[in-house]
Design a protein around this ligand. Structure first.
Ligand code: BF8
Length: 635
């Protein structure tokens, strides 16, 4: 297989050869057609908030320096950024809301399709929230947990939202409170960082970025951080914790990743999107006796459910479902001609999939009222009739199977083994019930620090290249790598989550991984599960009675694409973690905004953003940060 500038994944390279030969439209080809892309957009200096515009600020200082209303480049950039954070935060949080509402329905008996699968997790979350458990019925406790979660969305008081209060480590909470106080004293103006209500912080951004409201870069950036914190310590955290209660807390397991998980002899159903309330049911219903028989009746071996992107991560970790790939694999999966149905819910779904599926026998099924796609078959999902609807989806795939054109089927034979499922609970179990062994390893320098990576695929970067090189470089430097999302899929496909990847690690990390029988790269879940990383960081900080910003931790979002990644990066920064980004975020047209995010944030928050195009240089910089933090701690 020849190198391909579009992807380093051999399965992708094989499929792209077919795409080129057959003329299938794809994300790379459409990207080429967009060249050259608008430089105002890239710098963040175009504004279309009011109808006097659209306005744009000349990046070379030769054209207009202000919009029609007088907005500066910094105002425009900051407003655009804030709206990205609001959208990203809302997407994660709305996902969390649905889980909270489902938990309430299960608790009050109006939904019997789902159950409390992990009562221990229910008790742990209740205890964390200060909900009494002794002598109480399980469903009473579940109802209380659901109520606290639901109230976080609509809280109208000035108090920070309860999940954040109960989960954020003490020193971080104090630091943000102190920062609010200090800014008020020095400026006389209120600047908030601690989120009040999850919905409120997003609405606040929509309000303050309306024509003629907030034009101050610091104020807009602060609200972006606050809204993002309502995602990390609110919406996403609620999604993770309550999904664990309802669907089970993931455990460590060995799985397969890449397009080779598709099976020539089976009915292949790809679940793509984000919400495991749907995908977990599809995976479960595929195993029902009725559906097994129906599959056999059309000459298939079985119904093979596989995942893509984050909902793929959810069912990978909980049910051991094979992982077909990350974002840039979504079209390639259909091009194999072996996908009988692709079923999607919300987020990160190319609308192009509908057209592509129509070139094959593939049923492209949308299920959410929030994500309808022209050309798709819509089967409305309703969690109150989840079993029946999931079965209908499976049946639709089985019915499509006989229409498969066998002559067009090509499944690249690539898969890698990945050991996944490293929730905080599993990490604690592996360490013998306490974080102390991990802390000792960090203190002794056996492990220098921990890097948390999240990230998508972005067609501006060769698929998975940044993920692979950055991750490998960090391992070499004895930095443990943890992460989620499409980065995790890239790492799994590259074999970096296989036990054999231990040999890639530096001597300290290698010895630890061998002793514990774990890979040096830990899959913690989907993008909402970035909350697991926050939780781990918070637990270490509280254990040592320090702030997260004191710890040798660093983050990265390589190959990032979506507004959700902006929210994740911003809540990491707001939690005290420096975050590397590539590609460039659309902020460089605003010098004051750029300075706040890359420099001032260091003093204000202890976390900041930096950009680096070269993965080896990015690893160097991340290592430097880890080492600086170590020496500040005196270790
Ligand atoms: O939420 S990593 S492309 S699938 S945004 Fe989307 Fe990015 Fe993938 Fe998951 Ni996260």
């Amino acid at each position: 297989i020849k190198d391909d500038h579009r992807s380093v994944d051999p399965a992708a390279v094989e499929m792209l050869r077919i795409a080129d030969r057959e003329g299938y439209s794809n994300v790379w080809e459409r990207y080429e057609k967009q060249q050259p892309q608008c430089s105002y957009g890239q710098l963040g200096t175009c504004c279309r908030i009011c109808s006097m515009g659209p306005c744009r600020i000349d990046p070379f200082g030769e054209g207009p320096t202000h919009g029609v209303c007088g907005a500066t480049a910094d105002t425009i950039v900051a407003r655009n950024l804030a709206r990205m954070a609001a959208v990203g935060s809302s997407s994660h949080s709305d996902h969390g809301r649905k889980v909270a509402l489902l938990l309430r329905a299960v608790a009050n008996g109006t939904n019997t399709d789902y159950h409390i699968t992990d009562p221990d997790k229910l008790m742990a979350v209740a205890a964390r929230l200060g909900i009494p458990t002794a002598g109480r019925q399980q469903m009473e406790i579940a109802a209380d947990v659901a109520k606290v979660a639901i109230d976080c969305f609509g809280n109208q008081e000035e108090e920070p939202l309860v999940f954040l209060q109960k989960y954020m480590p003490v020193k971080r909470f104090e630091r943000l409170k102190e920062l609010e106080r200090a800014l008020y004293e020095s400026t006389g103006a209120k600047t908030g960082f601690l989120p009040r209500g999850i919905d409120r912080e997003a609405v606040d951004i929509l309000h303050r970025t309306h024509f003629g409201c907030d034009h101050d870069p610091l104020s807009l950036v602060a609200q972006s951080i606050r809204c993002s914190l309502s995602d990390g310590w609110g919406g996403s955290l609620i999604a993770t914790e309550l999904q664990d209660i309802l669907l089970g807390t993931p455990t460590i397991k060995s799985v397969k990743a890449n397009l080779g998980v598709l099976e020539e002899e089976s009915v292949n159903v790809v679940v793509h999107g984000h919400e495991p309330i749907l995908s977990a049911k599809v995976a479960e219903m595929a195993l029902s006796a009725e559906n097994r028989q129906a599959a056999e009746a059309v000459g298939a071996k079985r119904v093979n459910v596989v995942g893509l992107c984050c909902t793929g991560n959810e069912v990978l970790l909980r049910q051991g479902v094979g992982m077909a790939g990350n974002e840039s694999h979504s079209e390639l999966a259909i091009m194999t001609g072996a996908v009988d149905a692709m079923v999607v819910d919300v987020q990160c779904i190319f609308p192009a999939l509908a057209d592509l599926a129509s070139c094959f026998h593939t049923k492209f099924i949308t299920t959410s009222e929030q994500a309808k796609i022209p050309g798709a078959l819509h089967i409305q999902f309703d969690e109150h009739h989840a079993d029946v609807i999931a079965s209908r989806i499976i049946k639709t795939a089985i019915d499509a199977f006989p229409n498969r054109n066998k002559g067009r089927v090509y499944i690249p034979k690539h898969t890698a083994t990945a050991v996944v499922g490293f929730t905080v609970e599993e990490i604690l179990k592996a360490l013998g019930g306490t974080l102390q062994p991990l802390i000792d390893l960090i203190v002794s320098g056996t492990i220098k620090g921990v890097a948390g990576i999240v990230g998508c695929n972005n067609v501006k970067v060769q698929q998975d290249h940044f993920h692979r090189v950055l991750t490998t470089e960090l391992l070499k430097r004895d930095i443990l790598v943890i992460g989620t999302g499409c980065w995790a899929v890239a790492a799994a496909k590259a074999g970096l989550m296989d036990l054999s990847a231990q040999k890639l690690a530096g001597p300290g990390l290698k010895a630890v991984c061998k002793q514990l029988g774990i890979p040096p790269v830990l899959h913690m879940g989907s993008c909402v599960d970035c909350s697991r990383m926050l939780n781990l960081a918070g637990a270490i900080a509280d254990h040592l009675k320090v702030d997260i910003s004191d710890l040798p931790l660093v983050g990265s979002a390589p190959e990032w694409t979506t507004e959700k990644a902006v929210a994740i990066g911003a809540y990491f920064v707001g939690s005290g973690i420096p975050v590397h980004l590539w590609p460039l975020p659309p902020i460089l047209g605003g010098p004051a905004v750029t300075k706040i995010l890359t420099q001032d944030a260091k003093d204000l928050l202890g976390g900041w953003f930096f950009v680096e195009e070269d993965p080896v240089a990015a690893a160097d910089q991340m290592e430097r940060i880890v080492m600086q933090r170590r020496s500040a701690l005196g270790i």
